[in-house]
Unconditional design. Sequence first.
Length: 755
Amino acid sequence: MKSEVFYFTEEEKRESGELLEKLEQHLGDTLTQGDVEKMRAHLQRMMANKELQRDVFGLNPVLQSLRTALIAVEEEGVKRDGVMAILLYTSVINGQIQLDADDADPIEDIRRDYGNSVATIIHGLVRIQELYKKNPVIESENFRNLLLSFAEDMRVILIMIADRVSLMRQIRDTENLSGKRKVSEEASYLYAPLAHKLGLYKLKSELEDLSLKYLEHDAYYMIKEKLNATKKSRDAYIEKFIAPIDQKLKEAGLKFHMKGRTKSIHSIWQKMKKQKCGFEGIYDLFAIRIILETDHQGDTENRTKEHAQCWQVFAIITNMYQSNPKRLRDWLTVPKSNGYESLHITVLGPEQKWVEVQIRTDRMDEVAERGLAAHWRYKGVKSGTGGLDEWLNSIRTALENNDSRQMMDEFKMDLYEDEVFVFTPKGDLLKFPKGATVLDFAYHIHSRIGNQCTGARINNKVVTFRYQLCSGDQVEIMTSTTQCPKQDWLNVVKTSRAKSKIRLALKDIQVKEAAMAKEMLERRMKNRKLEFDEGTMNQLIKKLGFKETRDFYKQLSEGVLDTTSVIERYAQWQQHVNGTAPVSTMPAHSADEFVFENPNEEITYGSDDVIVIDKNLKGIDFQLAKCCHPIYGDSVFGFVTNGGGIKIHRTDCPNAPEMRRRFGYRIVRAMWSGKGTAQYAIVLRVIGNDDLGIVNNITSIISKEENIMMRSINIESNDGLFSGNITVNVENTSKLEALIKKLRTVKGVKQVSRI
């Protein structure tokens, strides 16, 4: 198509001349010397070199640029730099200028001839064009936010909106129906919400109405015809409705002005679909806005006066017309979180028709119209948070304040400095904190993908999983079945979600490795004709200085411990145990001042026990409270500490009532999950007669219990009675209850209770 001679029709020449004249009038003194001559020479050179071509709709690119520029100037307040960028960008999309990293000369030429600001805007437009090549899901809120953060300069977004409005105006009669549908869908899903966010309500409504016109032709013209048919009667009705109100308000000595507005066709259609009714069923086709003129500055005292005047108007209107109390919206007493203040009422006017009336002061109206009240959010469009709202409000002010035009031209975006937006291969957009890596992306997709991640293809370049993501990256994860998580991965990832999944994976790996090491050890012992006894092995593991059995088996699997040496130590320890009198055969004595401490016995948390926080959150770090020593099987709850950690308490903890009374908002649900194979230290209070041999009887029962280890005994005797504490390690409440039941059968024991 580039081989064809590009020419202007007579009509296009006439319109182009008119547009150029209007642009020169609007820009006036902001144009620098030689701008017009350089631009004309540039366009003539492109035409002579046959570098211009019509777009897929057959539209003249130069003429389209001029139309876009005029919309940007008249509706958005864009000045010289923005207009120059729009006209030069025609060259970019037609292939004359390439702005890649390998050839920086063209952009330098633009910077030299037209200034740095023009070059920056064009660079932003090219970057946005690159995003489209990644087939994004345009209706995604993340994509709208990515555009705002990716554009570098706010004028890029303004130009994109103006360009889409211009294009939508020209494609009414195009034969390219598929292209027309795509452009209209993008206008509806992407550009109209962006215009709404920027406070460009006129352009937003035009984009929505044109999208409806092209996508749902019958619905658009049905509503349009009914609005035209009822316009005279509607205008007459509005005059009839407001005339007595105008008179009463003037009699009350109030200064005010009133506005009447008809809903857009798109807005009416959305309401018809939502309410599932016909056009005649929409009673609020228009609304009346009464704006009181005040000299107040909005401080507390003057706001009280403003509110009083608004309620005075409310009283006057409701005395004239019957109000619908279900439709009263009082945002005076308690303004919206975004600062919006107004009083909305719906009254039954003449001919039994419901009319919405909005009452506010000029200060409130100015705040709402300038965007501080975020009118786009008031209408139900989802918004971002934090800096985005402040930035959008700044733009809104710049667009409406003539004195701030220069600020708007110099305004640079500095959004989402703590966030990045990246694409999946399918075009979905995901949001991550700044500093997130490929590994974070992989674990966001799926735990298995994360566990097997070896790297990624970012924009068709292979990178490691340590690569930090940048906004606009398209990420394709590479995996290997031989890959598995490592401990240092916790230092690679940024998100808590990835860290949690890595910890769980590492824990599973340790469990599997421990099981394999144990199986290997049992097999080697069987070859040595040694019987593997769990209790004896656990004692040996403690003797070797391991606090947790999995650490022992981990070192065994890694070769840190020699299997043969362990088996020899086991055989020696087994002989020692068998050759030593058990605790239950110690010389009988009374309980007077009996003390036994086993400092080598430590609490061991098993790999299978997990606390589930708030129904379904696993993998969260927690600590067991020392005040009530909860164990597996106890009814428990979580308490968020000042440091942000979670402590697990028994529901019958002595401190529970006070915590619930004073800090109920820090209580979270918690429950046990797993198999209950961990070891937990608990203290038993025992009271009984100081009979000869009673201590031996108690300790004998404990020593015979499977997987129960005694840590300490401290008993005092007085006047033939003894009382004391016994600390033991148990796995769960079932085994604890069984132990308590057996201890109560010992002759002389009167009471056994858990502390």
